[in-house]
Design a protein around this ligand. Structure first.
Ligand code: ZN
Length: 363
């Protein structure tokens, strides 16, 4: 059990001290609280294997708008007493109540990991590679991230001491992590190698490198984690956090990137992130020399509507892991299923008739 004010990084250390781990992390781990992670159903790079907060919260306590305390902290694997009210509160962005504590799912500590960087000819090949890795390693597959070549190039410009993991140019890159517990730690490196050999033979990858030590593994991950800071340093952009059905990700990206760049001349669209979750962060960088609030409010908003329309066409979500908040509230209203929106409105009105919980957000 964990109180809502605990910082994610503190939780990681506490689990670590007990020989366990909490398998969710994100860039803001030094300031993100458990209550906030629950309220926003936070995700990250380990959702592929462990799920988002929804899968990691086993029990929950919250203060409701009328002042009553909803106590469902006891973790019950089976419980069929009606509605799952815990899940109703998770991801509700504080609009239905305030999460005060949670019982969280911990996993055994990782005994060994193998981090791989692969160069690919297309995002379609990345999707095939993901299926290959899942078939070969199944439950050991902890993360599968992708980025286009110009995205990696921007990170390398931002980090002058960093090195490209592979020598040649590749249109797309995949960062793959396999993790295992103590019982089969010794064989993991050989398994990673066999997985890659199979991928080469199937023509799925152009080149690949396996991190030879922990420092190199961290260096590979740093290239992924520095995408957003490197982009911010390069100039203004509008950001979208979207998901489409897993099998549609390559077709969506291959359609959306050129479509955005054609509709908004001199912009540059970048799709990167959690291929294994069908979730890409779709950023559109302002034309050179353009930017600032005027651009964000004008062309920036038009770009967002354009991107979200494409997402809707592919039957996806305009918020995969970042939530709705204030920023996407109007877009949710514009594109959301009217039945679902009405249902959310009714739940909100029933639980919070005075509208005192986080007003102006989500709904
Ligand atoms: Zn993300």
């Amino acid at each position: 059990m964990c109180e809502a004010g605990v910082i994610l990084e503190t939780l990681h250390h506490a689990a670590d001290d007990a020989g366990l781990r909490f398998p969710l992390s994100l860039g803001g781990k030094g300031s993100a609280t458990v209550g906030g992670l629950v309220a926003t159903n936070a995700g990250g790079t380990q959702v592929l294997r462990h799920g988002s907060m929804r899968a990691l919260v086993l029990g929950l306590e919250a203060v409701l708008p009328d002042g009553s305390v909803f106590d469902a902290l006891t973790p019950l694997k089976k419980d069929n007493r009606g509605f799952d009210l815990k899940q109703l509160l998770i991801g509700s962005e504080g609009t239905l109540g305030i999460v005060t504590a949670a019982t969280l799912k911990l996993e055994p500590a990782v005994a060994a990991r193998s981090v791989v960087w692969a160069g690919l000819e297309s995002i379609a090949a990345a999707r095939e590679l993901l299926l290959h890795c899942q078939a070969a390693e199944g439950d050991a597959l902890e993360g599968f991230e992708v980025m286009p070549d110009h995205c990696l190039a921007n990170v390398l410009r931002f980090l002058p001491d960093a090195r490209a993991p592979l020598t040649g140019p590749h249109a797309w890159h995949a960062l793959i992590e396999l993790d295992t517990g103590a019982t089969d730690a010794d064989g993991l490196a050989a398994r990673a190698e066999a997985m890659l050999t199979g991928a080469f033979e199937a023509g799925l990858i152009e080149d690949a490198a396996i991190a030879q030590n922990e420092a190199q593994a961290e260096a590979f991950w740093q290239l992924r984690e520095m995408i957003a800071p490197a982009e911010r340093a390069a100039g203004p952009a509008v950001q979208h956090d979207v998901s489409v059905p897993l099998a549609s990700v390559p077709d969506f990206v291959d359609e959306a990137v050129p479509a955005v760049e054609a509709a908004f001349p001199h912009t540059r669209a970048v799709a990167f992130g959690h291929l294994g979750d069908g979730n890409v962060h779709f950023h559109v960088i302002a034309p050179p020399g353009v930017g600032g609030p005027a651009w964000q409010e004008g062309e920036g908003k038009a770009i967002s509507r354009f991107v979200h329309d494409l997402v809707a066409k592919w039957r996806g979500s305009i918020s995969a892991e970042h939530g709705i908040g204030q920023l996407k509230r109007d877009e949710l209203r514009r594109l959301g299923d009217p039945v679902a929106l009405a249902l959310m409105g009714k739940v909100k009105a029933a639980l919070d008739p005075l509208g005192i919980m986080n007003p102006g957000k989500l709904l």
